[in-house]
Design a protein around this ligand. Structure first.
Ligand code: AMP
Ligand code: MG
Length: 496
C-alpha cells in the first residue's frame, strides 16, 4: 500500500483550539496550508514544552505527529494562515514582508494562557517574495536550541516544540536540507504588524489589531482613569518596558540577537526570530555576530539603543491611535528608566548583590572594562567568580586576566563590598544567575554536524544542558569550557 494512504488526512490531538487571530478577518492574513515535504523524520522533541501543552511526546514523535508538524497532515481544529506585516530592516523601511515561511496553525488554550503554534519553514506563502519558504536543518536546530537556552535563563522568548527534517534539498550558499520548527508563543505579533497598517493608512485595521493585543495581553492599559483615556499610549509604554527588560537580560547574559529589524521585535517583549544570534565567547562590547551586518548596526553594545530606535518606529506607527506626539514620547521615555534599572539589577545579581546601590555602578563598569581589555571569556569569568565567592581561592578567576594587578584591585574593592553582606546568600544568588552552560556557536555547530549524518543525540544532550544552564551537570564540563580556536571561524549570516 502507498505510504501516503496510510496517513490520516487529519490528526486529532484533542487540543482546545480557539484561533482568535483568525477571527480578526482576512485583512490581516491569508488562509493557506503548508506545502508537504517528502519523508519527514524527527530531529528534536522538547519534552518539557510538550508537557506544558499536555501533548503526549510519543504522539508527537509518532509518524502521524511528525507528518503533522512538518505540515504534511492537517491538525483537526487548526486554521492555518500566514500573517501580513512590514518593517524596517537595517534601519531602512522595507515595506511589506509578512510570514514568508511561517504558517500559524492556530491557538490553543493552556493553563498558562493562550499559546499559538506556528510552523517555520513549511513552504511558500503570498509573502515569500523571492524566498523558497523553507528553513534549513542548520538554522532550525540553532533556533530550537537557542530559544530553549534563553527560556532556561529566564529570558522572555518564543519557544520550540519540535524540529522535523526532510532530505529535500534547499539551496543556500551551498546545498542543504529542509527542516521545520514548531514554534510556540502567546502571540507572534511584531512591531512590523502595526507598522504595516499604519504605513498603509489602514487605521481601522490598526485600531482593531491594537485592541486585540491590549484586550488579550495588556488589559491593564484600559484600567484606571488616566490610562483608559489613552490605552494606546499605555500599550506603547508597556511594550517599551517589556522590551527594556528583555534587552537588559540579553546584555547581562552576553546574548547578541544579530538582526533586530522591527519585524523581528515582539510586541510582547519576547525574543523572536533566531537567525544569526550568538552568545559571546570573549567579552568584546563591539562584537558583531552577523556576518551580513557590515556596519555593525546590531553589534552587542548597540542592542539597547537599537531597541529604543525600534520602539520609536512602533510609537510612530501607533501615533494615529495615540493622537498626539506628547503622550507617545512620554510612553517611550519609560525605556530610558527601565533599561538602566533592569540592567543594573541583572548585573548586581551576577555579582551576588542582594540589593544594588547607585555606587555599585562603578564596580560593574570596572569589571566590564577589564573583561573587555583582556577579552576574557564572559561566561567562564562569571562562573569562576561565582565559585570564588562560594569559597574557592581566587586563582582560577585571576588566571583569566592579563592585567592581574588591575584585576586584584577590582577584586579587593568587590570583596569589601561583599564583606558587608551575607556571603552564602551572595554565592547562592550567583549560582542561580551566572550560567555554567550557554549555547556557544561551536556547541551548536557540533550538534549540527552530527545531525547532518542523522545522529540527533547531540541536540537532545545540549537541550538538557541549556534548559537548566546553572546546574552543574557532572560529566559535561567540556561543554562549559573555552571555545576551540576554530569557533572564531564560524560564520553566521542571515542565510537560514
Ligand atoms: P528574517 O530576516 O528571517 O526575519 O526574514 C525577513 C523576511 O523575509 C520575513 O518576511 C521572512 O518571512 C522572509 N523570509 C526569510 N527567509 C525566507 C525564505 N527562505 N522564504 C521565504 N521568505 C523568507
Ligand atoms: Mg523575521
Amino acid at each position: 500500500m502507498d505510504q501516503a494512504v496510510a496517513v490520516p488526512q487529519q490528526l486529532d490531538l484533542g487540543l482546545p483550539w480557539c484561533n482568535s487571530f483568525a477571527h480578526l478577518g482576512p485583512a490581516f492574513y491569508t488562509e493557506l496550508v503548508p506545502t508537504p515535504l517528502p519523508a519527514p523524520y524527527l530531529v528534536g522533541l522538547n519534552h518539557s514544552l510538550a508537557a506544558e501543552l499536555a501533548l503526549p511526546p510519543e504522539l508527537l514523535a509518532s509518524a502521524d505527529g511528525v507528518q503533522s508538524f512538518t505540515g504534511n497532515v492537517a491538525l483537526r481544529g487548526s486554521l492555518s494562515l500566514a500573517t501580513m506585516y512590514s518593517g524596517h530592516q537595517f534601519g531602512v523601511w522595507a515595506g511589506q514582508l509578512g510570514d514568508g515561511r511561517a504558517i500559524l496553525l492556530g491557538e490553543v488554550q493552556t493553563p498558562s494562557g493562550p499559546r499559538e503554534l506556528q510552523l517555520k519553514g513549511s513552504g511558500r506563502t503570498p509573502y515569500s517574495r523571492m524566498g523558497d519558504g523553507r528553513a534549513v536543518l542548520r538554522s532550525s536546530i540553532r533556533e530550537y536550541l537557542a530559544s530553549e537556552a534563553l527560556f532556561g535563563l529566564g529570558i522572555p522568548t518564543t519557544r520550540a516544540l519540535m524540529v522535523t527534517g526532510s532530505d529535500a534539498p534547499v539551496r543556500r550558499e551551498e546545498m542543504e536540507t529542509a527542516a521545520v520548527v514548531t514554534r510556540v508563543a502567546p502571540s507572534f505579533l511584531r512591531f512590523g504588524h502595526f507598522e504595516h497598517f499604519s504605513a498603509r493608512e489602514q487605521y481601522d485595521e490598526l485600531r482593531q489589531l491594537a485592541d486585540y493585543v491590549i484586550d488579550r495581553f495588556y488589559p491593564a492599559c484600559r484600567a484606571g482613569d488616566a490610562l483608559a483615556a489613552n490605552p494606546y499610549a499605555a500599550f506603547l509604554e508597556q511594550v517599551s518596558e517589556r522590551t527594556a527588560a528583555m534587552v537588559a537580560q540579553w546584555q547581562a547574559v552576553g546574548f547578541c540577537h544579530g538582526v533586530m529589524n522591527t519585524d523581528n521585535m515582539s510586541v510582547l517583549g519576547l525574543t523572536i526570530d533566531y537567525g544569526p544570534f550568538q552568545f559571546l565567547d570573549a567579552f568584546d562590547p563591539g562584537h558583531i555576530c552577523n556576518h551580513s551586518d557590515e556596519q555593525g548596526r546590531y553589534a552587542y553594545n548597540k542592542q539597547p539603543n537599537v531597541a529604543y530606535w525600534n520602539l520609536f518606529c512602533l510609537g510612530q506607527a501607533l501615533l494615529p491611535l495615540i493622537g498626539e506626539q506628547e503622550p507617545a514620547l512620554a510612553a517611550l521615555e519609560s525605556y530610558k528608566t527601565v533599561f538602566p534599572r533592569e540592567l543594573q539589577a541583572r548585573m548586581g545579581a551576577k555579582l551576588g548583590l542582594l540589593e544594588v546601590r547607585p555606587v555599585d555602578r562603578e564596580l560593574i563598569e570596572g569589571i566590564l572594562t577589564l573583561l573587555a581589555q583582556d577579552r576574557v571569556d564572559y561566561t567562564i569569568f562569571w562562573r569562576r567568580l561565582t565559585r570564588h565567592v562560594a569559597g574557592e581561592s581566587p586563582e582560577t578567576v585571576r588566571d583569566l586576566f592579563l592585567q592581574r594587578e588591575a584585576f586584584d584591585g577590582w577584586l579587593l574593592q568587590y570583596s569589601e563590598r561583599l564583606g558587608t553582606g551575607d556571603r552564602h546568600a551572595a554565592a547562592a544568588l550567583m549560582l542561580r544567575t551566572n550560567p555554567k552552560y550557554v549555547l556557544r556557536n561551536h556547541l551548536g555547530e557540533l550538534a549540527i554536524r552530527q545531525a547532518k549524518s542523522k545522529d540527533f543525540s547531540g541536540i537532545q544532550h545540549l537541550l538538557a544542558l541549556v534548559q537548566a544552564p546553572c546546574d552543574e551537570h557532572p560529566g559535561h564540563d567540556e561543554k562549559a569550557g573555552f571555545p576551540p580556536d576554530w569557533a572564531t571561524q564560524i560564520e553566521i549570516s542571515c542565510s537560514s
